[in-house]
Design a protein around this ligand. Structure first.
Ligand code: CTP
Length: 208
C-alpha cells in the first residue's frame, strides 16, 4: 500500500490548510509496484493525477480520513510506502459558513490549530513483519534528523528528499536503512526512484 499527496484541513467550506505535495512520488511507486504484479492500494489526498493501471485507489481529504483508510488497508498489507505529506495541524473548528472579514477595524486574527495524529507512527507501532518506508523532507542536518525519524516512527527505511523534490518531476534522494545503510541517488526521475524503492523489498527479503 502507498499513501500519496497532501492532506487538506478545512477552515470553512471554501478554505483550507495544505501543502505543495503533488503526489507524484507515491503514484510512481504504486505504478512500479503494480507493474511487478503486486496488489496495490493507493490512498491519495487531493491531487490531479490519473490512477496507474491495476491500482485500487482510495481518495481522502483530511489527515483524519487518511488515518482511517490507512489503518484499514494496513491490516492486509505486506508493505507500506508512506509518501503522503500529512498536514501536521488542523483547525480546531471548521466553520459551517464562510469566515467573513468583518469590518471591525482589526488587522490581526488567530486561527486555533490542533495536532493531527502521526499516521505512520500509529500504524507502524504494531507493524509485525511488514516493511515500512517513511519519507522526510528536511532543511539542514537532514541525514541525522531522518535517521532519528526512522527510529521514532518504527520504519525500516526512510527516503530523505531535497526541498527541490516538491512538485518536481526529478529529485535527489537519500535512502537510509534501519541497518545504518545509506544510498544517495542524484537527480533521478521519480519513476526511477520508485523502481528502486519497490526493489527494497527484495533487499529486505535477502533477494538480489
Ligand atoms: N507522517 C504521518 N503523519 C503525520 C506526519 C507525518 O504519517 N501527521 C509521515 C509522513 O508521511 C512521512 C513521515 O511521517 O512518511 C515523516 O514526516 P515529517 O512531516 O517529516 O515528520 P514529522 O513527525 O512531522 O517531523 P517534523 O518534526 O520534522 O515536522
Amino acid at each position: 500500500m502507498v499513501t500519496a499527496g497532501p492532506t487538506r484541513e478545512y477552515v470553512d467550506p471554501v478554505r483550507y490548510i495544505s501543502n505543495e505535495s503533488s503526489g507524484r512520488m507515491g503514484f510512481e511507486i504504486a505504478r512500479a509496484a503494480a507493474r511487478r504484479g503486486w496488489q496495490v492500494t493507493l490512498i491519495a489526498g487531493p491531487v490531479a493525477l490519473e490512477t496507474p493501471a491495476g491500482v485500487r485507489r482510495i481518495d481522502v481529504v483530511s489527515a483524519l480520513d487518511m488515518l482511517v483508510a490507512t489503518r484499514k488497508a494496513f491490516r492486509a498489507a505486506d508493505v507500506l510506502y508512506m509518501s503522503a505529506a500529512v498536514a501536521d495541524w488542523r483547525p480546531k473548528r471548521k466553520l459551517s459558513g464562510k469566515w467573513r472579514r468583518k469590518d471591525d477595524g482589526s488587522e490581526q486574527t488567530q486561527l486555533e490549530l490542533v495536532k493531527n495524529p502521526d499516521i505512520l507512527a500509529t500504524v507502524a507501532r504494531h507493524k509485525g513483519a511488514r516493511m515500512v518506508v517513511a519519507f522526510a523532507l528536511e532543511t539542514g542536518d537532514g541525514v541525522r534528523r531522518a535517521q532519528a525519524k526512522l527510529r521514532r516512527k518504527n520504519a525500516d527505511w526512510i527516503v530523505l528528499n531535497d526541498a527541490s523534490a516538491l512538485n518536481a518531476p526529478v529529485s535527489s534522494v537519500t535512502i537510509l536503512g534501519r541497518d545504518g545503510s545509506m544510498q544517495r541517488r542524484k537527480s533521478s526521475s521519480k519513476a526511477a526512484t520508485a523502481a528502486a524503492l519497490v526493489g527494497l523489498w527484495d533487499r529486505e527479503r535477502g533477494g538480489p
